[in-house]
Design a protein around this ligand. Structure first.
Ligand SMILES: *[C@@H]1O[C@H](CO)[C@@H](O)[C@H](O)[C@H]1NC(C)=O
Ligand SMILES: *[C@@H]1O[C@H](CO)[C@@H](O)[C@H](O)[C@H]1NC(C)=O
Length: 483
């Protein structure tokens, strides 16, 4: 029996709970954007020497070629939007174009959203979508320092308990994290991921009745997640799907709830005990519901069959009641449904193609919404962090070239360069100084120079074109100096 009367016991209990559960709330960022990862190339074809490399027009994310040493390619088709993260002092050579060059295509396209549940692990598959992305009490783990990171931050401000790199034990201090928003690796935009205030207090209060995943921005943030998640809902394979708070799709599974404001950990412990024998078949997730009660969500690991869920819900209900917890509701999503049913009922009437078109249209509507919703905010905060995320340890720097109509990359007029901007950064110099001239690198362009409404070129720009332009300009420059 636990006794809660003496205050010091509460404190001891808190400390035990903190130490027991804090490790369990880590969420890792999963996307891998490395050049050397076979999965990132169509058919697993990592570029070989003298290959030609093609990026999709709308790559939009950053691709890390840093670990590929001394790369020699016969051509690169650059995306109209996207980033290539180059190694410092690494070499990227272009050989003469060959018609027989092997072609490697980058297989990924589009942004990687912070608000996308599939980009994170660390939560049960039974958890609603909102709780699969980092919550206020979660510790976020970003990929190790030698990997490329490209995240589109949420439009709404969200809070997390801490952020660390996977190769580091200690998370960033809050000040360090805040400093990143001024770093040039991050393209401008709102820096919407913040540290939760009063970290320890929240940790200790994980059990508090009003501690939700993300508090203030709940609806907007959920809508952001759902704009991504809804088009993936697919077929609902149960008869009476549940509506689960923070989840974007109909939920085929079970739920046992209590409206009492009791300890989450107590329910969790009871659930772990009651469902112990089912770990192969089901997953469960204990959460604080929005009315302050506690509920256990149960989901099958494979397709929904209904039978296992029914049994598990029954077991759990009994276990909770014998523990003295009043169960207000125990429900399942009913019988399983076969996917073919949709085609069977509608098929003869409308013909499958029509059904497909309608489904596609619906999907596009949702998708269209998501694009508009997210892009209109223009809060692009793609971040690309390379080696040495901390300035003092920085080993890599990189340049950013924009595919813009006027000039593309050019050797800037040295006398005309606005001084001081580049000078303070040795790392950058290593890359941007070429034969006495400098590339115009938008990363370091003066804010005053920014012209609004630049049009992005329609045609993809090849690196070969780029190179010849640079060569031309270099020649011109040399001629100028000789005269
Ligand atoms: C999440 O992913 C990371 C990195 O891929 C891995 O090290 C970790 O074990 C995973 N955690 C869980 C709970 O699956
Ligand atoms: C990053 O470093 C780790 C160990 O230092 C190494 O195992 C891993 O292969 C490196 N990854 C890349 C992409 O360079």
């Amino acid at each position: 029996m636990l006794e809660f009367s003496a205050p010091y016991r509460k404190i001891v209990l808190c400390i035990i709970l903190i130490s027991k559960y804090s490790a369990a709330f880590e969420k890792h960022w999963l996307p891998d954007l490395e050049w050397q990862t076979a999965n990132n190339w169509v058919d697993g074809r990592i570029p070989e020497i003298d290959s030609r490399v093609i990026f999709p027009q709308q790559t939009r994310h950053a691709v890390g070629i840093a670990s590929a040493n001394n790369l020699r390619l016969s051509g690169i088709d650059l995306p109209s939007q996207g980033f290539l993260v180059l190694p410092r002092n690494g070499k990227l050579q272009l050989s003469n174009s060959r018609t027989d060059a092997k072609v490697s295509k980058w297989s990924k396209e589009g942004n990687f959203f912070w608000a996308d549940p599939v980009n994170w692990n660390g939560s049960s598959i039974a958890a609603p979508d909102l709780e699969r992305v980092p919550c206020r009490q979660d510790n976020v783990v970003l990929p190790s320092v030698n990997r490329t990171l490209s995240i589109l931050l949420p439009v709404r401000e969200v809070q997390v308990s801490s952020i660390r790199l996977s190769n580091e034990k200690q998370p960033f201090l809050e000040e360090e994290w805040i400093d990143f928003q001024d770093r040039r690796e991050f393209s401008t935009g709102r820096f919407t991921v913040k540290y939760t205030e009063l970290n320890l207090l929240y940790l200790a209060m994980r059990d508090c009745p009003r501690c939700f995943c993300q508090e203030n921005s709940l609806n907007d943030y959920l809508e952001e997640i759902c704009a991504i998640q809804r088009p993936r809902c697919g077929f609902t394979d149960c008869e009476y799907p549940l509506t689960v708070e923070g989840h974007c799709c109909p939920y085929c599974g079970g739920r046992v709830s209590t409206s009492e404001q009791i300890s989450l950990v107590m329910v969790q412990t009871a659930a772990d005990e009651a469902l112990e024998g089912y770990t192969e078949k089901i997953a469960w997730h204990t959460r604080r519901s929005w009315n302050g009660g506690v509920e256990v969500l149960i989901k099958e690991k494979g397709d929904y069959s209904g039978i296992v869920i029914q049994e598990a819900v029954e077991n759990l209900r009994e276990m909770l009641q014998t523990t003295g917890i009043h169960v207000t509701n125990a429900e399942t999503a009913g019988a399983a449904m076969k996917d073919s049913r949709l085609a069977v009922t509608l098929g003869p009437l409308l013909g499958t193609p029509l059904v497909l078109i309608v489904l596609l249209l619906l999907a596009f509507l949702y998708f269209g919404y998501s694009l508009e919703h997210i892009l209109s905010g223009c809060m692009e905060a793609v971040s690309s962090v390379r080696d040495g995320i901390r300035a003092d340890k920085q080993k890599h720097g990189f340049a950013r070239f924009e595919n813009i109509p006027e000039g593309n990359v050019r050797i800037a007029d040295l006398s005309g360069t606005s001084g001081g901007e580049v000078d303070d950064d040795d790392v950058v110099k290593g890359i941007t100084q070429v034969a006495g001239g400098r590339f115009e690198n938008p990363l370091y362009r003066s804010k005053r120079d920014k012209t609004e409404g630049r049009k992005i070129l329609d045609a993809p720009l090849t690196l070969a074109t780029l190179k010849s332009q640079i060569d031309d300009q270099l020649e011109n420059k040399e001629m100028d100096t000789e005269e």
